[in-house]
Design a protein around this ligand. Structure first.
Ligand code: DGT
Ligand code: CA
Ligand code: CA
Ligand code: ZN
Length: 572
């Protein structure tokens, strides 16, 4: 798919143009386009083939100029403007994109002074203490650069769950498209909905393994073949990760699915339970003695045969789930179909790409009962945050839409939590809203005590319904704030503030571990997509997956409530 390459190129163009203050808005247009293309599921070449430039311009964030660039790329394989910029900026900006506080301008200074082109150059220069003497840098930023580089290399090349899941599903539907595969399932960390994926694992049943391997290696997203075997083939994909495909015998499919779903620690413990029963469990089946297969076809039955409840893949991390399954107390985890609305959405009024009308229409298509539009507040200038008057004006617009849309549109804001813990909007403005999300966006480098106090002060205003992305981390990019979530959770419980499970692919915040940590205080959660365009709604499943990894049920999640009960909950 060309989507990956195009969004990568547009992102790089954003970085290159960002070096010039005058090109700021042009740069942002490329960033918007990159994000939009990255988050869409449809194949951009197909859109172009079907509807040409006009079809491209229907993609949120794509205007005429960008559509022409896309056309140029799809027809010639190049974008002249990109080549031009690349010539002027021979720096690999996208490598630096994971480095907090190290933007394109800083990168260009270091290129001019020290010839630094990529992370490897940067690391070397920082270790040799060459950076501290460059004006605008100094010892502190040199140390920070090294810290960030070590963080990037520690997380290695694990891709985001959303990327892995999208690609895995494409491969599954591709393999099923010819009638030689009778069953095809995603396994591994992708099935467990882990926040990042090391490699994709897929299992199939087929009577023609040879042909399946041909088909697999001919998949459009394959960059190279790593190993090809009779029952297992590994390929390197364009998205930068590998994929293992295994052909399994029907009688072993359940045990193979159990085995290759993992996690490893979970499997080790399940195998011990099997041994306790005088059984043997491996990827081929559950055996008594060496020969007699007791079960193999059915994954569910393997758990039951061992005296356990079935354990949902998201729980399989050896965090106590096996013990609970043995005492038949596996909770009934929250499901995507139980979600009735999305309470964190942005529109063109702040930094979103779609209008309120477009967001409402897309939500109706998903059969949601309600949504909340929660634009940024004024403190967040780069996101065009609204002031009190602008919010009140905007709410008149929502009122005027009420009769025209068959969905409840709640009035809200994502209000900034300022440095001292006060909120960025007047009390009266906040009181006129249905939903107040409060989030930390700026001044994030505080120590644990200060940050915890700051957030608790915000909760104590008793105006906050939802604490937005409570740790602020960006996967593979930005560390979480230093914050004591146990303390915060106690106040969330006391003030009936739900903690957000932000479902943006790079956030997933709270994450599974923090959900497990905070849920013992009895707090509520809200799973939100924080969508900036209509495609963003698709991320809800990532949030639900994360909630399931944190063992939550529908009773823990406020946006499973019907509108009436939700309004009761939101009333302060
Ligand atoms: P990843 O790919 O790093 O995101 O994580 P997984 O969990 O997908 O790991 P992967 O792809 O290495 O293996 C898939 C599953 O296969 C893993 O979760 C458990 C199982 N597995 C692989 N190797 C072993 C092993 O040496 N021992 C055990 N017990 N299980 C294994
Ligand atoms: Ca894997
Ligand atoms: Ca694997
Ligand atoms: Zn936010």
């Amino acid at each position: 798919m060309k989507n990956v390459e195009l969004s990568r190129m547009f992102n790089e163009m954003y970085y290159m143009l960002s070096t010039d203050e005058k090109a700021r808005f042009e740069a942002l247009a490329y960033q918007r386009a990159a994000r939009s293309i990255e988050s869409m599921q449809d194949d951009i070449s197909e859109i172009y083939e079907k509807n040409g430039i006009k079809g491209l311009m229907e993609i949120p964030g794509i205007g005429k100029g960008l559509a022409e660039h896309i056309e140029e790329y799809l027809t010639t394989g190049k974008i002249a403007k990109y080549e031009d910029l690349k010539h002027r900026f021979p720096v690999d900006f996208s490598e630096f994109s994971g480095m907090e506080g190290f933007g394109p301008k800083k990168a260009m200074i270091l290129y001019d002074k020290l010839g630094i082109k990529n992370i490897a150059d940067l690391k070397k220069a920082a270790e040799e203490h060459k950076i501290r003497d460059i004006p605008g840098f100094g010892e502190k930023s040199e140390a920070l650069i090294l810290k960030n580089i070590s963080m990037i290399s520690a997380t290695g090349s694990r891709i985001l769950l959303s990327t892995g899941l999208n690609e895995a599903r494409k491969i599954v539907s591709y393999l099923l498209s010819e009638n030689i595969v009778s069953r095809c399932e995603i396994a591994g960390s992708t099935r467990r909905m882990r926040e990042t994926v090391g490699d994709i694992d897929i299992l199939v049943i087929s009577e023609r393994p040879e042909r399946v391997m041909d088909l697999f290696t001919e998949y459009g997203g394959v960059k190279s073949i790593v190993v090809r075997g009779e029952s297992k083939t590994t390929v390197l994909l364009d998205i930068g990760t590998t994929c293992d495909l295994r052909v399994i015998k029907p009688g072993s499919f359940g045990s193979a699915l159990q085995y290759f779903t993992g996690s490893k620690d979970h499997n080790i413990k399940v195998r011990k339970i099997a041994i306790d029963h005088n059984y043997k469990l491996n990827e081929y089946g559950l055996y008594s003695g060496d020969k007699n297969i007791i079960e193999g076809k059915d994954e569910d039955a393997i758990y039951r045969e061992l005296g356990m409840d079935y354990i949902p893949p998201e729980m399989r991390e050896d965090r106590g789930e096996i013990e609970i399954a043995l005492s038949h107390k596996i909770p009934s985890l929250v499901e995507l179909s139980e979600i009735r609305g999305d309470l964190h959405l942005h529109t063109t009024e702040s930094d979103g790409m779609n209008t309120t009308e477009e967001m409402a229409t897309a939500a109706i298509k998903r059969h949601y009962e309600y949504i909340a539009i929660t634009n940024h507040s004024k403190n967040l200038k780069i996101a065009h945050g609204l002031d009190d008057n602008q919010f009140m004006e905007y709410f008149k617009k929502i009122d005027s839409l009420a009769d025209r849309y068959n969905i409840k549109i709640l009035k809200g804001a994502e209000v900034d939590i300022l440095k001292d813990g006060s909120l960025d909007l007047d009390e009266n403005t906040l009181k006129s809203m249905d939903v107040v999300i409060a989030s930390v966006h700026m001044d994030t480098n505080m120590d644990t005590n200060d940050m915890t106090d700051r957030v608790i002060n915000a909760i104590k205003t008793n105006m906050v319904n939802i604490l937005g992305h409570p740790t602020g981390r960006l996967i593979n990019e930005r560390q979480p704030f230093q914050i004591d979530l146990d303390e915060v959770a106690k106040y969330c419980y006391k003030y009936k503030t739900a903690m957000e499970i932000n479902a943006s692919p790079e956030r997933l915040d709270l994450n599974d571990e923090n959900i497990l940590k905070t849920s013992k205080y009895g707090v509520y959660y809200c799973i939100n997509t924080d969508s900036h365009n209509i495609y963003g709604y698709d991320n809800m499943e990532l949030g639900v997956g994360t909630a399931r990894r944190g063992w939550l049920t529908r009773n823990d999640v406020i946006n499973t409530m019907d509108l009436k009960n939700l309004m009761k909950f939101l009333k302060k």
